[in-house]
Design a protein around this ligand. Structure first.
Ligand code: PHE
Length: 452
């Protein structure tokens, strides 16, 4: 099939199953788990939000991840090419195009936040972060992101590292680096959580994460946020797993590997919460501090806690590594696409695409300073991008994938393609794709338009 698209060389493949799972978890675990999940959970009542989030993962996220991998493995092509192979001339291709575009835009603002993390890591290691007055972290952060050049420099550094990984290829770039960074990440987050849980007063933080306040479930916004977060955190809805699936061998067991990935991502988010909230409560900080949690609340916390000079750099290194592995997957989607369409070598395409995305991201960075007047309500350029991508592009992309696999594929064929067979599990998966996942996305959209 690959030949139909003019590919003559054999398609790259993952070296081992473990290598694939590391790369998939590397894509899923990122700023979404460590920066975004804790603050959204904090703002939305803690445990009740987590319950809704888990349902979104199970009913919507995991089935769509399995569907994306199945599309990629069957078609053996990139985001757009896969739809061309499986449904030539049909409109489904929109799903792939949207994925490539989302790759561009998400990576453009994601690299800005990743750059902040790298800057904080550098200042935490050099020690200058700890010279700031206890009450001054908010000011420091605000002043820093309002600058023009320095944040762009760190953003560019993160992009350069990402390009390096992707240019290395599937086995020698993505797989190799994820196999190093993912175990390192796991060790770091477990160490941080272990330390946080031993602090006096940690129990309040644990209770906050695990004792639901059911009243919160009456707020429909919670569902929108939970669904958007589930898509973002699992990296679904933008064809990362179509692209990654195309590097899988036919014998790999997609449902098992996808479940491992989704479980890894969710467990990681919860452990990140256990690293953050017990410490936040132990020192009497505010759990619902919003997006500034990682960059304002936590530095103050590290300064106040014993051992903070070690824990602080470790936390920001965690953030940097987690961001880097996700950025590599975001870049891989457009790179795989352009490699086929332009028939150009990987290295060249990775550099050019990475550079263009870096440039697109510059306004997101400047939106906190010289471009601060460009706003939509109270949203800065970065917030607008984040909002459009997470609440529109990813859910629409995910819905197209669910409907495509659920309705446009022959039931018989799809069950054998995914490797589930005609059993309860297979039919459950199909019905989640056919009905449940699309309805969940639809409901959330209608609500957003104030129609329900
Ligand atoms: N899943 C990543 C995170 O949690 C972000 C991401 C989204 C990566 C979409 C790839 C695709 O940070």
């Amino acid at each position: 099939m690959a030949q139909q698209l003019g590919e003559t060389k054999a398609r790259e493949e993952w070296g081992t199953r473990l290598g694939f799972v590391c790369a998939a978890v590397g894509s899923a675990v990122g700023l979404g788990n460590i920066w975004r999940f804790p603050y959204i959970t904090g703002e939305n009542g803690g445990a009740a939000f987590i319950v809704v989030y888990l349902l979104c993962i199970l009913l919507c996220g995991l089935p769509i991840m399995i569907a994306e991998l199945t599309i990629g493995r069957k078609a053996q092509s990139d985001a757009v090419g896969s739809f061309e192979v499986l449904a030539p001339g049909k409109l489904w291709i929109v799903g792939g195009v949207l994925g490539v575009l989302a790759g561009f835009f998400i990576l453009s603002f994601y690299s800005v936040v990743a750059g902040w993390a790298l800057k904080y890591f550098a200042t935490a290691v050099s020690g200058s972060l700890w010279e700031i007055d206890k009450a001054g972290f908010g000011q420091f952060f605000g002043d820093y992101i309002a600058q023009s050049w320095e944040p762009i420099f760190w953003q560019g550094t993160m992009m350069a590292m990402t390009i390096y990984i992707v240019a290395g290829g599937v086995k020698k770039g993505l797989e190799r680096w994820n196999r190093i960074l993912i175990p390192a990440l796991a060790i770091m987050v477990i160490l941080l959580a272990g330390f946080s849980l031993t602090l006096d007063g940690a129990a309040k933080g644990v209770a906050f994460l695990f004792t639901p306040d059911w009243k919160k479930l009456g707020d429909p916004n919670v569902y929108l946020l939970a669904l958007g977060q589930a898509f973002f955190s699992l990296s679904i809805g933008m064809a990362v797993f179509i692209t990654y699936g195309s590097y899988l061998s036919q014998s790999s067991r997609i449902p098992v590997m996808a479940s491992a990935t989704a479980a890894g991502d969710t467990i990681f988010a919860i452990i990140a919460g256990l690293a953050i909230f017990p410490a936040v409560f132990a020192f009497g900080f505010d759990p619902s501090a919003g997006a500034g949690l990682s960059f304002i609340t936590l530095p103050g916390l590290f300064q106040a806690m014993p051992g903070g000079m070690v824990v602080g750099p470790l936390f920001f290194l965690l953030l940097v590594f987690a961001a880097l592995t996700s950025m590599a997957s975001l870049l891989e989607v457009p790179v795989a696409f352009f490699m086929r369409v332009l028939e150009a070598p990987r290295g060249k395409i990775a550099i050019i695409t990475g550079f263009v995305i870096f440039a697109i991201g510059i306004p997101s960075s400047l939106g906190f300073g010289v471009l601060g007047h460009i706003k939509w309500g109270d949203k800065t350029i970065l917030d607008i991008m984040d909002f459009l991508m997470l609440n529109l592009a990813l859910p629409i992309g995910g819905m197209i994938t669910a409907l495509f696999v659920g309705w446009a594929w022959q039931q018989q064929s799809v069950l054998s393609d995914v490797g589930l067979g005609k059993n309860v599990l297979g039919f459950c998966w199909l019905w989640l794709l056919k009905v449940v996942a699309p309805l969940m996305v639809l409901f959330v959209f209608l609500h957003k338009l104030n129609l329900v």
